[in-house]
Design a protein around this ligand. Sequence first.
Ligand SMILES: Cc1cc2nc3c(=O)[nH]c(=O)nc-3n(C[C@H](O)[C@H](O)[C@H](O)COP(=O)(O)OP(=O)(O)OC[C@H]3O[C@@H](n4cnc5c(N)ncnc54)[C@H](O)[C@@H]3O)c2cc1C
Length: 396
Amino acid sequence: MGLHAARRFAELRPDASVILVDAGRIGNNASGRCMGFAIDLAHNPRERDFVEDVKGNREELLVNLEGNAYLRSAVEELGVECDWDPQGKYHSAATDHGVADLLRFSQALDRIGQRYRWVEREEIQALTGSRHYIRALHHPGTILLQPAKYLKNATRVLPKNVTVHENTPIIAVQFGKPRHVCETPTGTLRASKVIICAAGYLTKFGFFGNSAIPVYTFASMTRPLSEAEIPRLGDRAAYGLIPANSFGTTVRRTRDNRLFLRNVYAYARDFKTTRRDILQARKQQQIAFDRRWPGLSSIGFEASWGGLLTLAQNGGMVFGQLADDVYGAAFCNGTGVSRGTAFGKAVAELACGLSSPVTELLKNRRKPSKTYPEIVTSLGVRFVTARRFKQAGEEV
Ligand SMILES: Cc1cc2nc3c(=O)[nH]c(=O)nc-3n(C[C@H](O)[C@H](O)[C@H](O)COP(=O)(O)OP(=O)(O)OC[C@H]3O[C@@H](n4cnc5c(N)ncnc54)[C@H](O)[C@@H]3O)c2cc1C
């Protein structure tokens, strides 16, 4: 989000001096650690509203398509290399209840006039080399990319009027006129306008306190597979599989022939996860690997990690003007690649006094509500995620 806000603001105000600060390294955040599905249409077939809320889904599509178009312009016009692959996504089922979820999802797609294709057992098994899958639904609008590569390379081609400071946390801010004053461990920034795109950390800047539900999800990746191993991954050089059940396992085969698996959600007190949580999740990813590629899974994983998703109890999101000359966008509620790009672009347009169908739509979105006290929220998240994970069964 922040990268795209900086890019857009600098494009619109070529005479302005834009400073992009990140507490860590760009790419070493949720955006860079994610699975790289730039999703045009959200994929939660279990959500009742997904079937019923036709207007909401059309609006979601409009926002995400704007995000994908901006990503595409970075690739096509600025030459950002990121393993761009507009092949769409496979919603894949391994169980009868998974197939039932896909049927509901297809009804939702019918209602909003979306194209899709059923992929039967033989085809999905040939494509993935895995007997685990029994049916899938191919939806064409999603783009697969290598997110950290995208972020690193997109940072290099930001407009000339952007200066980037990594490893520069903002540790205190005084909002005011004529300049906002932002303190970092090694200096002070004075800015006439501030745009905050810091996911759940936005709440630490004094806005929407007690509204972020910090949840981590986790992933593991294998080493690149050898020439002898590659044929076991099926006949498609790269792919992305979204589980029919949203608590199931998401899978990517990457361009460099690695398998990349994501599952498990965990409450993250004060936005932090622990090594123990990562190792616990890795065990679940190993189980998922064993189920899908039993002949290969003894190779294990080269790396495992977690990343922050910021949720709101009511599904609300932050977008808009937060104070005089202070703007913000945050809370992706799970799928933030396309949506986050669109939010970042749109919040910069808003900060420049412009309006577009997307800025208007986002301004009117539901804002995040307050959460219950932390003890209640953390227990609630733990309980619900454990139950839904169990119900997902072999989809994990
Ligand atoms: C394993 C995993 C897989 C996922 N897969 C997908 C997927 O395939 N598709 C999808 O759409 N979504 C996916 N997601 C979700 C997606 O990654 C997030 O929704 C999205 O990246 C959020 O983007 P963001 O820019 O809002 O937040 P972030 O990427 O978290 O960026 C927030 C930034 O704010 C900075 N920051 C915070 N506080 C400060 C401060 N005080 N000073 C300076 N900087 C600060 C942080 O350093 C960070 O870089 C996945 C997430 C994970 C963890």
